[in-house]
Design a protein around this ligand. Structure first.
Ligand code: NDP
Length: 252
């Protein structure tokens, strides 16, 4: 076998929201590159289904029921990872929720739930893995943003605020933790077929597609290559970037 900086043999990766959509696409890519996986979502059956798929690839995987909004749950998930595998090398902060409505119609509770999952959840998970990555001599954190990290949204104000925050948090963590050999980067997916987007009406779906230079929406597994790169030694001098994977949408 050729030596390659892209392999993840012996690495332990946590993917929050790894039981569906983009999270599962990324988890699959990491497993194919040799990593062992922890699937951290709220639904036990969906976690188990994803673990089954990953095991079929020949890799090791466990599911840990986790609510990223909840500090105690996040700490328990990271402890379960360390207890099972002995280390934590890679964290993919991918879990999200969205509530689509006009800003003036948001209740405070709805606003806080979106921010708590999409932004505070990223902070809680990153903070929880930090001592383990320091102990391991370094690590990789990949935060999943969105096109709404760049553009405003006309349908999801809390979601876009949270995703803008994810990019600024990514840069801050990258600055603070570079000395610990931890690289923190973000992936900004374009428009991808998942549970999040399946309710998009045909007119809006077509309008979005017409703005994508590739001429089509993306698939969850199309995020995997970028995630493997950012999780591997191939990206050791890449820190604090927010990389669109969007079929060219942001260049249009
Ligand atoms: P999905 O809605 O398909 O999946 C969301 C995942 O998050 C599920 O696995 C869900 O599992 C998990 N989740 C939700 N809340 C929590 C929580 N509190 N704790 C732990 N896990 C949670 O989303 P996508 O796959 O579409 O999106 C994945 C990422 O990509 C998100 O960060 C999203 O913002 C981003 N993105 C997606 C785009 C798209 O076009 N699809 C575009 C731009 C960005 P469970 O319910 O079991 O907890």
């Amino acid at each position: 076998m050729r030596a390659t900086p892209f392999h993840l043999e012996g690495k332990i990766a946590i993917v929050t929201g790894g039981n569906a959509g983009i999270g599962l696409g990324i988890a699959t890519g990491l497993a194919q590159a040799g990593a062992s996986l922890v699937i951290a979502g709220r639904r036990v059956a969906k976690n188990a289904e994803a673990v089954g798929e990953l095991e079929q690839l020949g890799g090791k995987a466990i599911g840990v029921v986790t609510d990223v909004q909840d500090e105690v749950s996040v700490q328990a998930m990271v402890k379960a990872t360390a207890d099972t595998f002995g280390r934590v090398d890679i964290l993919v902060n991918n879990a999200e929720i969205n509530i689509r409505k006009a800003p003036q119609d948001y209740t405070l509770d709805e606003w806080q739930r979106v921010l708590q999952t999409n932004l505070t959840g990223v902070f809680l998970c990153a903070r929880a893995v930090y001592p383990h990555m320091v102990k391991a001599g370094g690590g990789k954190i990949i935060n999943i943003g969105s096109m709404t990290s760049i553009f405003g949204s006309s349908v999801a104000p809390a979601y876009s605020a949270s995703k803008g925050g994810v990019v600024q948090l990514t840069k801050s963590l990258a600055n603070f933790w570079a000395k610990d050999n931890i690289q923190v980067n973000a992936i900004l997916p374009g428009w991808i077929h998942t549970g999040l987007t399946e309710s998009t009406g045909q007119a809006r779906y077509d309008a979005i597609r017409s703005r994508i230079p590739h001429g089509r929406w993306g698939e969850p597994q199309e995020l995997a290559g970028t995630a493997v790169y950012l999780a591997s030694a191939a990206s050791d001098y890449v820190n604090g970037v927010a990389l669109p994977v969007d079929g060219g949408y942001t260049s249009m």
